[in-house]
Design a protein around this ligand. Structure first.
Ligand code: KIV
Ligand code: ZN
Length: 517
């Protein structure tokens, strides 16, 4: 089995995707997580791009021990000098220099002819080699480059000292078959190719970045460049988790492995989502919320009998804790009874039927039914839902030159309760005011806004997760006003917490009574 190097460019190409910029602290946190994930190379940034990028690369070089730390640089002396300044503290470092080689890029972007580009590339690889042994050269837009010219420039840069040659599909234009032949052509026509690693770097404009990377691997590439969650320029880069798990699950086809610690995949994905605020879709392969969820009754029954009926990999293999079953319209009673037992309830048939019918009714109102919803259903059924906070009104004072203040009025058991709080923005202020009213505070674990309709007056749905005492409470709120939707979602979670707390207290009381008997 060959070992394929994983070159992670989340902090460079990934950060180039709109809205995904990270500050230095966040970048260091990501780099440390990438080290736990055991990537071979971390491309920490583009040192000349900004002072912040330079400092982040330098700090990562000092903080990360195992992976190679790389900085991107154009094929220009000043870029290479700065890149080296940023990576020089790393245990293992790499200068990654690039120049475009396709006719269209050379003519319109560089305004250079082939001869000039070739000379420039060779001179800059030689220049970089004086500073650093490990040099990666990228022929930007390689997949649209004239093949003879590509073979020639790769031969020359390897001769000049490049230790890795990267063949980017910069615009996400190639197809698996074409890319396979491109890599094979390089292996067959560049006589010194054995002296360098062949790297591939695919963009996802046609949705083929992962397939193209895997096709290249079969043709002999031994480094894949990718990003966590597939973030990156335009439609993104090949997703690391998809490349790695495809190789793992289909070892029979790819006959190769990576050094990746797969149990760190889900954590890495969550960290990137939280830091960038760019959450993956629920049906995203490997790391999406629903990637291991089974809704239909037939699937649920199968998975309960033998996971392999509908699962080609286990959630545990990527570090995901449970095989979460989301209930929905199509769920069967078998899985429902199983979930009740898992939650510790052994109800008689009558109550099970009651609860099952109520769960089905709930499915018509709510798309996804989570474990916590089932607990609430049980609690309500057991008539324990005596209280519940309802929103009466809220008043916000906010602006860009002042802290936000929120005044919240809630009704509980006929009483009017009111509190004011300052916060970091109107939503934070509102959540703090609610905490003051109920006298309990929570950790906000997740917060998402979805638009349920179109236009300026779109209905927004906020879903969030609050955590307290190691338990999670999911809440949903809907309104055309996102602050109101957020407050309603927060109250939804708070009310679930209250119900379950009441349920716990009653059970403890019941246990205590029974023990003392
Ligand atoms: O997509 C691309 O061509 C790149 C290079 C700079 C490697 O990101
Ligand atoms: Zn790229």
């Amino acid at each position: 089995m060959r070992t394929i190097k994983i070159f992670d460019t989340t902090l460079r190409d990934g950060e180039q995707s709109p809205g995904c910029s990270m500050n230095i602290k966040e970048k260091i946190e990501v780099a440390k997580q990438l080290e736990k994930l055991n990537v071979d190379v971390i491309e920490a940034g583009f040192a000349i791009a900004s002072k912040g990028d330079f400092e982040a690369i330098r700090e990562i070089s000092k903080n990360v021990k195992k992976p190679i730390v790389a900085s991107l640089s154009r094929a220009l002396k000043k870029d290479i000098d700065i890149a080296y300044e940023a990576i020089k503290y790393a245990n293992k470092n790499r200068i990654h220099t690039f120049i475009a080689t396709s006719d269209i890029h050379m003519e319109y972007k560089l305004k250079m002819d082939k001869k000039e580009v070739l000379k420039h590339a060779v001179d800059m690889v030689k220049y970089a080699k004086k500073l650093c042994y490990d040099i990666e050269f990228s022929a930007e837009d390689a997949s649209r480059t004239n093949k003879e010219f590509l073979y020639e420039i790769l031969y020359e840069v390897i001769k000049a000292g490049a230790t890795t040659v990267n063949i980017p599909d910069t615009v996400g234009y190639t197809t698996p078959e074409e890319y396979y032949h491109l890599i094979k052509g390089i292996r067959d026509n560049v006589s010194n190719i054995k002296n360098a690693d062949i790297s591939v770097h695919c963009h996802n404009d046609l949705g083929m970045a992962v397939s193209n990377s895997l096709a290249a691997l079969r043709a002999g590439a031994n480094q894949i460049e990718c990003t966590i969650n597939g973030i990156g320029e335009r439609a993104g880069n090949a997703a690391l988790e998809e490349v790695v798990m495809a190789m793992d699950v289909r070892k029979d086809i790819y006959v190769s492995k990576t050094n990746i610690n797969k149990k760190e995949i889900i954590k890495s994905s969550n960290l990137i989502s939280t830091i960038t605020g760019s959450f993956v879709s629920a049906n995203k392969a490997i790391v999406g919320e629903n990637a291991f969820a089974h809704e239909s009754g037939i699937h649920q029954h199968g998975v309960l009998e033998n996971k392999e009926t509908y699962e080609i990999m286990t959630p545990e293999s990527i570090g995901k804790k449970e095989n979460k079953i989301v209930f929905g319209k199509h769920s069967g009673k078998h899985a429902f009874i199983n979930k009740l037992e898992e939650l510790g309830y052994n109800f008689d048939e009558f109550r099970i039927n009651e609860l099952f019918n109520q769960m089905k009714d709930l499915c018509d109102k709510k798309k996804n039914i989570y474990e916590s919803d089932i607990e609430v259903l049980i609690a309500k059924n057991l008539k324990l839902n005596q209280s519940g906070y309802k929103l009466k009104s809220f008043v916000i004072n906010t602006g860009n030159i002042t802290n936000s203040t929120s005044t919240i009025k809630l009704i509980s058991e006929g009483n009017l309760l009111e509190e004011v709080s300052l916060g970091d923005g109107p939503i934070d202020a509102s959540f703090k005011a609610i905490d003051k009213i109920i006298g309990v505070s929570f950790i906000l674990k997740d917060y998402k806004i979805n638009s349920l309709s179109k236009g300026k007056d779109a209905l927004g749905e906020v879903s969030l997760i609050l955590k307290r005492d190691n338990k999670k409470y999911r809440g949903i709120g809907m309104s055309t006003d996102i602050i109101e939707a957020s407050i309603l979602a927060y109250l939804d979670s708070v009310n679930k917490y209250m119900i379950l707390k009441e349920l716990d207290n009653n059970e403890n009381e019941y246990d205590a009574k029974n023990i003392s008997k």
